[in-house]
Structures are given as structure tokens and as C-alpha cells.
Design a protein around this ligand. Structure first.
Ligand SMILES: [Zn+2]
Ligand SMILES: [Zn+2]
Length: 392
């Protein structure tokens, strides 16, 4: 018999929630569907609950509380706290403290609570089934959240709230729809299990499957298909490098309902101070990754001298653009400071300030454009390298 001396003991509550409930759902939901059937209204309500839970985790727990990507009106915070409790993924305080550790120590098997380095199963849900030392409560990185009244209320009354949202509400809805058991099974149980696993995909699959355009320094990936399942969180490579951005899918067409919710709420005053990483920094990250890849490819190929010279020239230009951008940022800061200082009521001076701001904006745009062009040239260069690498 094999023994595993280092494996901590199972956590009975979590085993019931994450193993017992899915087994119950797998048996009871199809059985009820077969013998009794579910109505279209029940399916619709299950979808509505699913999205309210999911968006409260991604928009609330994740982007608002864990990363401070924007500020929210108290009404929205209460909404997130209630529907987030309904997702049964622990309180905001515990979730966010764990998540901040995940970002800080990503892939570190000793300190990242759901390190992808420990495998797909562990990062998906294995980490919750046993009392691993990385799960010990530690709120030293969440003092700000301990000062948030909504967070602390939810933490204190978590069990009551989660029972209310997972049993109480589906029960009421069941009376209204005229089928209590079916509604409890579909809107209560089935919806809960689906939401669990799609959220867990972010910690598991989004660290294994997809592209890494922004950084290769950690295992996080961008994956449009996962984004569709995870309310927009599948652009995880971007998220790990720019975690304070309120968006995960930064292009307008990228599926990110969480970003649309946060932006939509800003139009009606429910959210404000949305953080957006400047486009230049994003381009810089992409180019930096491309240069690293190009270098290692060139080192591996047979006759790279001329191509290597081009690459080095491009890299020099890249460094120049970054330096220019940094000094422009400093200039912009000074201009802003002078504007805010408000010491200049004189109209002429004011106009000059305006002109300087506009000139700065143009320079910024030019720099952004030059990085975009450089990206294209680098792609062409890589095509050439790949051609060279092919046997004649
Ligand atoms: Zn991650
Ligand atoms: Zn995050």
C-alpha cells in the first residue's frame, strides 16, 4: 500500500460542497428532467442566476475588491456581496486575500494557493479539498478590505447569506413558478455547479491552454473560448501582467461582459475611476515578448548574422521609443501640475497650455503608431527566420 505522508487531511465541508453536490446534481437533475421535466422559465431563471453570480464574482470579488480596478457605488457593492455569496466561493475577504497571493506568487507551489505548477486538477479544485498550508487564513494583504463595511458584513454573515441566496431565493421562485423541487434542482443546484466549474476554469485551464502575447514570465494564457465561458476572464495572460485594468479583453470585440457591465455602470454613476492601462504600455509588453521570442529563435537558427543585425537595430529603436515615451510622460505630468496649480488666469498663458497638451497628445499618438509599425516589421522578420530554418 502506498502512503502519502505529506498530503494534508481532507476538508469535509469542502468535499461535500465540491464533490457531494456535483454527484447529487448529476443524479437528481437528469432524473427530475426525465420524469417531470423543466419549463423554459426555469431554464431562463437558471441562466439569469448563473450570470448574476458569475458577474458578481468577476466584477465584484475579482476586479473591484481584489484588484481595485475601479470604484463602485455602495448599492452595487451590496449587490455584488449578495449575489457573490450565492456563488458559494467563500467570502469576499477570503477569496480576495487568496487571489492577491495568487497574483503575487503566481506558479510558486509553496505560496500560490492554486498554483498551476501543481497540475490541472490541483489548480481547478484539488486545492480546496484538503487543508493545504497555502489555504491558512492570512489577511495581511487585505487590510483595506477589512476596513470595508460591505466586505466585513458579508464575511460575518456569510453562511446565512449563502443559504438565503442558494436555497431561500430558489425556494421562493419555485413557489412562484409552481414547481418547488424542480426549481431548487435547476436554479439552485445545477446553476451552482455550473458556475463553480466555469469560474474554476480561470485558475486551471486559463493557466494551461491558450496564447501568451503579453508575457511568458508566468503560465497565464489568453483564450477567447474560455473568455466566453468565464464572463470575460479568459484573457488571463493580459490580466496577469496588467491586473489593475478593469478590462480583461481589451479589444472592443473581445467577449468580456464584465468589462461591459463595469463600463455601462460608469455611464449611470454606479462605477467610477475605471483604470485603463495606456495603449503604449500594452504595445510595449507585446513587443518585448516578441523580441524575446525572436532572439531565442535566431540563436537556434543556422545562418542568422544579417537577420540578427536587423533584430538588434529594431531593438535599439524600441528602446529609443520607450525612453521618449518616459520623458513625454514626465512632460505631461509637469503640464498637468501647472494646469492644476491654477496660478495662470491669463488667457494667453492658458491657450499656450492647451496647445502644449495637444502637441503632447500628438507625440504620444506618433509613438504608439511607431510601435505598431515595429510589431508588423518584427512579424515579417520572424517569417524570414522561419523560412531560413526550413530545410532547402
Ligand atoms: Zn491566474
Ligand atoms: Zn486577478
Amino acid at each position: 500500500m502506498t502512503t502519502t505522508p505529506n498530503k494534508p487531511s481532507l476538508n469535509p465541508v469542502n468535499v461535500i460542497i465540491f464533490v457531494g453536490l456535483p454527484i447529487a446534481a448529476l443524479i437528481l437533475v437528469p432524473a427530475w428532467g426525465f420524469y417531470h421535466g423543466f419549463s423554459a422559465a426555469q431554464w431562463l431563471w437558471a441562466l439569469v442566476f448563473l450570470y448574476l453570480n458569475g458577474l458578481s464574482i468577476t466584477g465584484g470579488y475579482h476586479r473591484l475588491w481584489s484588484h481595485k480596478a475601479y470604484q463602485a457605488h455602495p448599492a452595487l457593492k451590496w449587490f455584488y456581496a449578495l449575489w457573490g455569496a450565492g456563488a458559494l466561493q467563500n467570502s469576499i475577504l477570503i477569496w480576495s486575500a487568496d487571489h492577491r497571493r495568487h497574483h503575487r506568487y503566481v506558479d510558486d507551489n509553496e505560496r500560490d494557493p492554486y498554483s498551476a505548477g501543481r497540475g490541472l486538477w490541483f489548480s481547478h479544485m484539488g486545492w480546496m479539498l484538503r487543508d493545504y498550508q497555502t489555504n491558512d487564513p492570512d489577511f495581511s494583504n487585505a487590510r483595506d478590505l477589512q476596513r470595508d463595511a460591505v466586505v466585513m458584513f458579508q464575511h460575518k454573515h456569510y453562511i446565512a447569506l449563502t443559504v438565503l441566496m442558494n436555497v431561500g431565493l430558489p425556494l421562493l421562485l419555485g413557489f412562484y413558478l409552481g414547481d418547488v423541487i424542480g426549481t431548487l434542482l435547476l436554479v439552485g443546484l445545477f446553476r451552482l455547479i455550473v458556475n463553480h466549474h466555469v469560474t474554476f476554469f480561470i485558475n486551471s485551464l486559463a493557466h494551461f491552454w491558450g496564447r501568451r502575447p503579453y508575457t511568458e514570465s508566468n503560465s497565464a494564457r489568453d483564450n477567447g473560448f474560455l473568455a466566453f465561458l468565464t464572463y470575460g476572464e479568459g484573457y488571463h495572460n493580459y490580466h496577469h501582467i496588467f491586473q489593475t485594468d478593469y478590462r480583461n479583453g481589451i479589444r472592443w470585440w473581445q467577449w468580456d461582459p464584465t468589462k461591459w457591465l463595469i463600463y455601462g455602470c460608469s455611464r449611470i454613476g454606479l462605477t467610477r475611476d475605471l483604470v485603463r492601462i495606456p495603449d503604449f504600455k500594452i504595445q510595449r509588453a507585446i513587443l518585448d515578448t516578441q523580441f524575446k521570442r525572436a532572439r531565442s529563435k535566431l540563436e537556434a537558427s543556422a545562418n542568422p548574422e544579417s537577420l540578427r543585425a536587423i533584430l538588434e537595430r529594431e531593438y535599439q529603436q524600441f528602446t529609443d521609443s520607450i525612453n521618449q515615451w518616459t520623458s513625454l510622460q514626465a512632460e505631461r505630468y509637469e503640464t498637468k501640475k501647472a494646469e492644476i496649480g491654477g496660478a495662470f488666469s491669463e488667457k494667453r498663458f492658458h491657450l499656450q497650455q492647451k496647445w502644449e497638451s495637444a502637441a503632447l497628445r500628438t507625440k504620444f499618438r506618433e509613438l504608439e503608431y511607431s510601435l505598431k509599425m515595429q510589431r508588423k516589421r518584427l512579424e515579417l522578420l520572424m517569417e524570414q527566420v522561419n523560412l531560413q530554418a526550413q530545410p532547402a
